[in-house]
Ligand binder design. Structure first.
Ligand SMILES: Cc1cc2nc3c(=O)[nH]c(=O)nc-3n(C[C@H](O)[C@H](O)[C@H](O)COP(=O)(O)O)c2cc1C
Length: 354
């Protein structure tokens, strides 16, 4: 295979390299994967309207998330269990993010602990993606460890009271390989993740059912605020109605996301939902987007509709599977270059002009 030049090339490489059950876990969506294909296809339904004869010899690609500057408006979304893609796992990803001066959102279910991530990339912009456990003490300890380590925000996932049905994971009896563990919770008994009885679907679905709190509700955001002073972003809002409700809780931001189409199949593509949500929040908090971002013009479209930044999930895993940190870094560099080219061809010199 010749050297990859696009996210698509990295995806093809990952499909060849990864064991089938891992490829299926990373790539698949919920149920009939209607939203999965829509997330990407929806971007191509929007057309760009460039300005011409505007001096674009100098451009500024920078943006910020929660007040922290980033070099270009693409950050890394939380994806669970990165060591299945490459032995260096999350460490490779956070180092790539650090070197590109963009933000890294660590999954609660990382195969590397918050302590080891911080030690590997102390200068990285780090946020913690949070699942709230039935055991609030476990949740509190993780949040407070992250805060002490200099994490700069919480992305609270609100679309996963239970795990969506992912047919391929059920068929493969998907479970975490026994040599790996969810390092943030070494003390917890997580045997559910390694053993699959075939009754309730994948090992992951069983773990979520056993440990994650399905009774989570709006009032819990107030509780979260009592245990941390980090800003809180709600990850997984997909309608204007819920965005308005989030604003009432004084959250710092909303990540328009359908969890990479892995939860409720049939919800809108994120780029289709974005404008309604930007209107609904009316500048009262920051808005970001993830889902289906695969090239520079996708980033342009999301920013033009009012996102401060986009996040990418699978493209990072494809780079990681190809060749670790270098692969992730190259994926980010490609997106940066594609975004810069598209911005100039749009006749803009900064994201504000979009
Ligand atoms: C393999 C995989 C694992 C994921 N794990 C998590 C997770 O642990 N927590 C979470 O909030 N979202 C998780 N997500 C969702 C991502 O954070 C993000 O919303 C999604 O991947 C964005 O879509 P994209 O993959 O099309 O870029 C996961 C997504 C994938 C593909």
């Amino acid at each position: 295979m010749s050297a990859p030049v696009s996210v698509k090339d990295y995806e093809n490489s990952a499909r060849e390299k990864l064991p089938k059950s891992v490829w299926d876990y990373y790539s698949s969506g919920a149920n009939n994967e209607q939203t999965l294909s829509d997330n990407c296809n929806a971007f191509s339904r929007y057309r760009l309207r460039p300005h011409v004869l505007n001096d674009v010899s100098k451009v500024n690609l920078g943006s910020s998330v929660l007040g922290t500057p980033i070099d270009f408006p693409v950050c890394i979304a939380s994806t669970a269990m990165n060591k299945m893609a490459h032995p260096t796992g999350e460490i490779a990803v956070v180092k790539a993010a650090e070197s590109m001066k963009i933000g890294y959102m660590q999954s609660t279910w990382a195969t590397t602990s918050v302590e080891d991530i911080t030690a590997a990339a102390p200068g990285a912009i780090r946020w913690l993606q949070l699942y709230i456990y039935k055991n609030r003490e476990v949740t509190k300890q993780l949040v407070q460890r992250a805060e002490r380590l200099g994490y700069q925000g919480i992305f609270l996932t609100v679309d996963t009271p239970i795990l969506g049905k992912r047919y391929k994971d059920v068929k493969n009896n998907f479970s975490l390989p026994s040599h790996l563990s969810l390092e943030n919770f070494k003390a917890l008994d997580l045997k559910e993740l390694h053993t699959v009885d075939g009754e309730n679907g994948s090992g992951l679905a069983q773990m979520v059912a056993a440990l994650i709190d399905p009774s989570l509700q709006w009032s819990d955001i107030a509780w979260l605020k009592t245990i941390t002073s980090m800003p809180i972003v709600l990850k997984g809002i997909i309608t204007g109605e819920m965005a308005k409700r989030a604003v009432k809780e004084n959250v710092a931001g909303i990540l328009v996301s359908n969890h990479g189409a892995r939860q409720l199949d049939g919800v809108p593509a994120t780029i289709d939902a974005l404008r309604e949500i930007v209107q609904a929040v009316d500048g009262k908090c920051e808005v970001y987007l993830d889902g289906g971002v695969r090239n520079g013009t996708d980033v342009i479209k999301a920013i033009a509709f009012g996102a401060k930044a986009v996040f990418i999930g699978r493209p990072v895993l494809w780079g990681l599977a190809h060749n670790g940190q270098e692969g992730v870094r190259h994926v980010l560099k490609m997106l940066r270059e594609e975004f810069k080219t598209a911005l100039q061809l749009m006749g803009c010199t900064s994201i504000e002009e979009l």
